[in-house]
Design a binder for this molecule. Structure first.
Ligand SMILES: Nc1nc2c(c(=O)[nH]1)N[C@H]1C(S)=C(S)[C@@H](COP(=O)(O)OP(=O)(O)OC[C@H]3O[C@@H](n4cnc5c(=O)[nH]c(N)nc54)[C@H](O)[C@@H]3O)O[C@H]1N2
Ligand SMILES: Nc1nc2c(c(=O)[nH]1)N[C@H]1C(S)=C(S)[C@@H](COP(=O)(O)OP(=O)(O)OC[C@H]3O[C@@H](n4cnc5c(=O)[nH]c(N)nc54)[C@H](O)[C@@H]3O)O[C@H]1N2
Ligand code: SF4
Ligand SMILES: [Mo]
Length: 749
């Protein structure tokens, strides 16, 4: 007897609907759900990971505790007792900051990770909070926060309606989109071109997306901010700015116009490698298109001028009047948990808020400011290694693999080894978790529910889709949120046997209190006990999700709007609920203190001189390293799934034929790549598709660590490109690591 289940794929930001066929407790097949309101049946090869993860014999099913140097299987009681024996004394003796947390990317794809890590981090009270955000999108969050008022007020290109899309540093045909939740992006971009629209891609590589575009321009890594400033320069000097209805909501236009003065197309062209005439034409086209959007992603973030580039993307969207209009760059209105949608109705037409503030504390060793409560992960190794007051002595990792994913990887690996105590909550024993003293396993995706709290806020269409677990949690396994609550209790001094139900009730009460305290909240003034009772008998993430949905912009407001959304409504709609295309939200969406768009935020303006200094920089003829993604890979952690790693080696160094000849490299041969931080030996792939002077190596590989237990990955180890990334190089405003544009020496083996 087989059964069909419908659920959202948890593996990337595209949130595709899956139709999962099961037999007993086995996944038989995974197909696209043709009735999914958003993805309409589209999937990519990673979707079958749902089945392979279930079956993977290396997937952890039992807690591990280090005894006499060896990780051995243990009961949950033993595991939590060990954590309680080791962690609280470190907190007591050395203070809260002595324990660091690292949160990895899959937390964002997991309700437990999204809702309960916050609780743990708050209970811990450490300044040493790190995440994959500072090797990813932190620059965009900083610029969006300063311009629009919250960390997720990120404008999303309205690809389904735009006439012109300028894309920098993104390859969505491979990544399936990021800060752009748009299942079947290939189809959406094809539709854009079929309706007469134009796609222009700017990338040091002629990627699959570039090949599917109308136009592609190679750009020297790290120079996007220069190109974008030159576009602003042309818009201003040629009188092409037209803010339309945005004018009355925008501060700082004159200041930006003045700042752009130095960045003429002629001035930036030699640094970017894009000629002045092309820059002028692109500016003209952006201004002339009825509806246009500029979109930048990881290539424009994880670089020296990440925040400036991220900011300028939206400056252009504003100056061309394309921000917040159909077919431009728009603000989604998610059904649950969106900060810039809280309390909006009673607040009247204009949004206004506290805005964002950075640097409430700084890192101990390098003095780098905190952003959104985190410190740059590139600082973690030095915080562990440097003795003194506030030294990091213990670490909790949750769904993260910083040993592969973050810069100066060899140094971090050594630092992790030197820690007094490490707890890891993870699916695998890998390059990072092998350093743990206690490893707490989690259920695979098939055994947990799913709702995309983050990606609903980043989607090209407003949708809400809840998936119940396909299977109950396996015997002997704990739900991830329960594990996180147990850890919370331990760091809060309540011990390993605290009353979890009471703690979970407290979490729900706190979240409700936060919802009710927002000015204009639809549940303000209501009796908290009554509202909590309305959520019964739900517990865990489901209770929190129901609360957020019901108090959200489409919610039933706990009976005040009986047709509104509840989790119950989503449960009866297994293919999702379509809430319609994006709609203009300015000024209501704004949460800046002024209630206006801040086009020239002071911290960003203060960083412009640094960019100005880069204008005169020229290539010295040396090579620079960038990264890339691959369709059948997902950062570092899906390489143990046979069907995804089968075939040709994916971890190669791409190099242009001219450079290959000059450097004596042969396709299929090997090269040694050396940077200030380290050196790797990698297979060579010669291709016309990369610009000269640039080599590309994907991240997430390097599965040869002793003590890891990923047999399939170990057969396809690849190399860890983050050995080459220099942890001292940060985008100063966001603390984001510079992972693209790293100077390297390349030599044939
Ligand atoms: N299949 C697959 N999908 C994924 C992932 C994965 O590992 N595999 N990872 C997921 C995650 S966590 C994320 S954050 C997203 C990222 O999604 P994307 O941002 O689309 O990531 P990439 O595909 O790496 O594309 C980045 C592009 O930037 C280019 N680039 C590098 N340096 C520069 C530069 O200085 N300027 C410009 N203009 N371009 C540059 C690279 O050549 C590359 O083509 O993908 C997600 N989806
Ligand atoms: N050089 C270079 N480095 C990069 C990038 C780059 O472009 N270039 N990209 C960066 C980006 S965008 C990102 S997002 C980071 C990713 O950095 P990380 O988040 O640190 O790394 P991942 O490879 O995503 O590792 C995820 C971990 O979570 C575990 N896991 C998977 N599912 C679950 C789950 O449901 N629960 C729990 N508890 N654990 C789970 C996996 O086993 C793995 O250990 O890498 C970054 N590193
Ligand atoms: S594109 Fe992303 S969400 Fe869609 S099936 Fe592939 S991995 Fe899953
Ligand atoms: Mo990412």
């Amino acid at each position: 007897m087989t059964e069909l289940h419908y659920r959202t794929c948890p593996f990337c930001e595209a949130t595709c609907g899956l139709e999962v066929e099961t037999s007993g407790r086995e996944v038989v097949s995974v197909r696209g759900d043709a009735r999914d309101v958003f993805s309409h049946g589209y999937i990519c090869p990673k979707a079958t990971g749902l089945k392979h993860l279930d079956e993977d014999p290396d997937r952890l099913r039992i807690p591990l505790v280090r005894r006499a140097g060896e990780l051995v299987e243990a009961t949950w009681e033993e595991a939590f007792a060990e954590i309680d024996r080791r962690l609280p004394p470190i907190l007591a003796e050395h203070g809260r900051h002595a324990v660091a947390v690292y949160l990895g990317n899959p937390n964002v794809h997991n309700m437990s990770g999204s809702l309960y890590t916050t609780v743990l981090v708050r209970a811990l009270g450490s300044h040493n909070v790190y995440s994959a955000s500072t090797v990813d999108q932190m620059p965009k969050q900083v610029s969006a926060g300063l311009m629009f008022g919250t960390m997720l007020s990120v404008p999303i290109p309205d690809v389904d309606r735009t006439d012109y899309l300028l894309m920098l540093g993104a390859n969505p045909l491979v990544s399936n989109g990021s800060l752009l939740t748009a299942p079947d992006i290939r189809g959406r971009l094809r539709a854009l071109r079929e309706r007469g629209g134009r796609l222009v891609v700017v990338d040091p590589v002629r990627t699959r997306t570039a090949q599917a575009a109308d136009e592609h321009h190679f750009i020297r890594p790290g120079t996007d901010a220069l190109l974008l400033f030159a576009l602003v320069n042309v818009l201003v000097t040629d009188g092409l700015t037209d803010l339309g209805r945005l004018s009355e909501h925008t501060n700082g236009v004159a200041e930006v116009a003045q700042l752009a003065g130095d960045f003429t197309p002629e001035a930036v062209a030699p640094a970017c490698g894009i000629d002045a005439a092309t820059i002028r034409r692109l500016a003209g086209e952006l201004a002339a298109a009825p509806r246009a959007a500029v979109y930048g992603r990881i290539g424009s973030c994880t670089q020296e001028f990440g925040t400036l580039a991220s900011w300028l993307v939206d400056v252009i969207n504003v100056l061309t009047g394309n921000l917040d209009r159909d077919g431009g760059a728009m603000f989604p209105l998610a059904a649950a948990g969106q900060r810039n949608a809280q309390g909006r109705r009673a607040q009247g037409p204009g949004g206004r808020g506290k805005g964002v503030r950075f640097g409430r504390w700084t890192s101990r060793v390098r003095g780098v400011p905190e952003t959104f409560g985190e410190l740059p992960v590139a600082c973690l190794a030095e915080e562990i290694e440097t003795p003194g007051d506030g030294q990091v002595r213990a670490l909790v990792t949750i769904a993260g693999n910083p040993a592969l994913s973050t810069p100066d990887a060899e140094r971090l690996d050594r630092a992790l080894h030197g820690l007094e105590f490490v707890v890891s909550v993870d699916i695998y024993l890998n390059e990072t978790t092998r350093h743990a003293d206690v490893v707490l396993p989690v259920p695979p995706p098939s055994q947990r529910s799913h709702y995309d709290l983050a990606f609903g806020q980043l989607a090209v269409r407003n949708v809400a889709n809840y998936s119940p677990p396909i299977f109950p949690v396996a015997d002997g396994m704990l739900d991830e949120w329960q594990t996180l609550l147990r850890l919370t209790a331990i760091v809060a001094g309540q011990g390993p046997d605290a009353d979890l139900a009471a703690l979970d009730e407290f979490v729900a009460k706190t979240l409700l209190g936060m919802e009710q305290s927002v000015a204009g909240s639809p549940v303000a003034g209501r009796d908290a006990g009554e509202l909590l009772a309305a959520l019964a008998p739900r517990t865990g993430p489901e209770r929190l999700l129901d609360l957020l949905l019901r108090a959200g912009p489409y919610g039933d407001h706990f009976g005040a709007r009986p047709d509104g959304l509840t989790l119950g409504v989503l449960e009866t709609n297994p293919h999702g609920v379509d809430l319609g295309p994006l709609r203009p939200r300015i000024p209501e969406v704004l949460r800046t203190p002024s209630g206006r768009i801040e086009l020239a935020p002071e911290p960003i303006v203060a960083d412009v001189p640094r960019l100005l200094a880069a204008l005169s920089r020229r290539s010295n003829g040396g090579m620079v390293l960038i990264g890339r993604r691959q369709l059948r890979s997902n950062n570092s952690w899906m390489h143990n799934l046979g069907p995804l790693v089968r075939g040709r080696d994916q971890c190669t160094m791409q190099v242009h034929p001219d450079d290959a000849v000059r450097l004596g490299l042969a396709d299929g041969g090997h090269a040694v790549v050396t940077s200030k931080a380290g050196s790797v030996r990698v297979p060579v792939e010669v291709t016309e598709d990369i610009m000269t002077g640039v080599v590309s190596i994907p991240h997430g590989w390097g599965h040869h660590a002793a003590g890891a237990k990923m047999a399939v990955a170990a057969e396809h180890p690849g190399v860890n490109t983050n050995v080459l990334a220099d942890g001292s190089q940060l985008d100063p405003l966001s603390g984001n690591a510079v992972l693209n544009g790293i100077p390297v020496e390349v030599a044939a083996v």
